[in-house]
Design a protein around this ligand. Sequence first.
Ligand SMILES: Cc1ncc(COP(=O)(O)O)c(C=O)c1O
Length: 380
Amino acid sequence: MKLFDVYPLNNITITKASGSYVWDDNQVKYLDMYGGHAVISIGHTHPHWVKSIEEQLHEIAFYSNSVIIPIQQQLADTLGRVSGKDTYQLFLCNSGAEANENALKLASFHNGKKKIVAFSKSFHGRTSLAVAATDNKNIVAPVNETDNIIFLPFNDENALQQCFEQYGNEITAIIIEGIQGVGGINVANNSFLQLIRNLCDTYNAVYIADSVQCGYCRSGKFFAHDYAGVNADIYSMAKGMGNGFPIGGILIAPHLQAKHGMLGTTFGGNHLACAAALAVLEVIETEKLMHNANELGAYLMEQLIAIEGLQNIRGRGLMIGFDLSDELKDLKKQLLFGQNIFTGEAKPNVIRLLPSLAITKMQIDEFLEGLKNAIKVIQG
Ligand SMILES: Cc1ncc(COP(=O)(O)O)c(C=O)c1O
């Protein structure tokens, strides 16, 4: 049977991983500045994470959500403490799209309204409402098209204000990434997020903070939205939550009340996924990875600014992007095949850096050296 041709592939087979490194089937070692698409939070195959999953696997991997699963409560308690959102409620699912899908659905159940505000260059996932709220027509199937999404320019306060003056009573939710990932590392202004909070309060709409990529300490705070000093009503999470074990979830503010039948999932919150997610939070706490993301992110940013040819360096913590001049448009390829360094990209000509939050200064220096070499090679 053939695999469905979903992705353009690099001709590399990764067979081993540890910390911030991966190895291919020819034992070639690569520095992972991409974190497998922002998924690797505590480092590949972290020993505490491996041990927790292994031990859980010997006890029980799965039972349905029709019984009490105590490790879900353990995860909720730890997540509440580490994120600082301990008054919120936790719903567990399996991916980022599913988290956003449930967030949007819950908002509409809550206030009975239908319209959703989303922003230019947003990415919220590939299913139903999540893809409809994603600003990329190429990935929206005709069946996903809906008149219920209003797209506005990112960070445009006037447009947002005007939109609410016109449609405020019909808007169920605003969904926004604290730092746009797929869109090219665009940071939401604090004043923009504060305005969202105000408008949601005034018009009884739900502020959904898509933290699937920018959450879980990647920005140097638990949620990138926290920089604005206001709380969202729902935070969606996935990627870094399981360090590669599939798990997603939403944090739900106390005033949004649960009713049986609103949400549900077969696999969400299974024992094994919870063991992985709990181990991630334990490592984030014991190894002070939020602090590391802050410190080393600032160091990396400062060093990048000093490199000629990189433009518009931006981001927060260990979620950093920069634009490339046309001359450097093949930099990502040169980094991968010339310097053995994985990075991310966004169209057109943006490099995205999303390394493990446990990356060391030495590894960042190794990256900077490789980056300078790659630029030299391209410039001849
Ligand atoms: C901000 C954001 N939201 C949602 C998603 C969708 O997550 P998933 O691929 O786990 O469905 C992504 C994935 O890249 C994302 O970056």
